[in-house]
Design a protein around this ligand. Sequence first.
Ligand code: IPE
Ligand code: IPE
Ligand code: MG
Ligand code: MG
Ligand code: MG
Length: 322
Amino acid sequence: MKSLQSYTSQIELELEKLALPHSPSNLYDPLRYFLKIGGKRMRPILTLMGAKAFGIQPEEVLPAALSIEIFHNFTLIHDDIMDQAPLRRGKETVHTKWNENIAILSGDVLFVKAYQALALQDSKHLSELLTIFNQTAIEVCEGQQMDMDFEERSNVTIPEYLEMIRLKTSVLLGCALKFSGILAGTTKENCDYIYDFGQYIGIAFQIQDDILDLYADPDKFGKQVGGDIISNKKTLLLLKAFELADKNQTSKLEKLLTEEEELKKIGQAKILFNEIGAKKACQDLMQTYYEKALTAIKKVSVEDSQKTELLALASYLMEREV
Ligand code: IPE
Ligand code: IPE
Ligand code: MG
Ligand code: MG
Ligand code: MG
C-alpha cells in the first residue's frame, strides 16, 4: 500500500505547480503562504484512493483531486475570518497576517483556481463533475451560514446541528469520493455508496473537530484551543451538555455562555462538560457515524482488497490530534 506521506507529497507537488503570479503581491502572497503551511490534504487523498479502489490510476483524477483541496483552502481562509480565528495549521491566519479585505479577495481567487484545476479534467466527465461540485459549493455556504446563525440561537437541536455539519463539512468529502467514481465510470450505485461513505466519515470528522477544539493539545493542534466556546458555537459538546445536564448544571451552562473572560470560560467549559459526560457522549456519536461509514463502503461493489486504503485512512482520521 502506498504510504499516506507519498499521497500527501503528490498533492503538495501539484499545489506547487500552480505557479501563482507575483503581482499584485497582496493578492498572491497570502495564497502562496497559505498553501505552503501544511494541512492533512485528506480530501484530495480520498479522490486518489477512490480512483484506485475503482480500478483507475490516481494520476487520472489529479486535476479533480486538486480542485477539491484548493476549494477547501478557500473555505478555510474565509472561515477563519468568520470565526475570527488567529491560528491555522500552527501559523497566523491570512486575515491576521494581512487583513480581512486581503483574506476575502485572495480567498475569492482561490475559489476560481479550484474551477481552473477542475477544468483540466477530461471533458467527457466534466459536466457531471461540475454539477456535483457546484451543488457541494452551495451546500458548504449553506452550512457555514447555519453555523453562524446558530451562534445567536439558544434552542439549536442535535438534528439541526447534524444537518449543519453535513453541509459545512461532510458533503465535500462525499464529493471528493464521488469524483473518483464518476471518473472511473463506475455504476451510479457505487457512486452513491462511496458518497455516503464520505459523508458519514465527514460527520464523524466534524464531531472529532468539535471535541478537539476544546480538548486538543495546544502544541499539536495548530488552531486556537477553545475558539468554539469563546464564540458560543453550538458544537456537539455544548448541545450534548445541555441535553444531559440536570437543573443545576443547566443554569451553570447558561451562565457559562455569558462569561466574558476567555481563559476562565474555556477552563469552566472543560470542567462542566466533563462533569456532565458530554465528551463521552460526543465520542459515542462519532463512533456511530464511523460505523455508518463502514456500512456504506461495504455496499460498494468492488473487491474488499480494493478498499483497504480508504478504510485505513478513515480509521487514521478518527485517531487524529490535529
Ligand atoms: C478543517 O479541515 C476544517 C474542518 C472541516 C474541520 P482539516 O482538519 O482537514 O484542515 P487541514 O486542511 O488538514 O488543515
Ligand atoms: C469549518 O468548520 C468548515 C469549513 C471550513 C467549511 P470549523 O470552523 O469548525 O473548522 P475549523 O475548526 O476552523 O478548522
Ligand atoms: Mg467555522
Ligand atoms: Mg473555523
Ligand atoms: Mg472546528
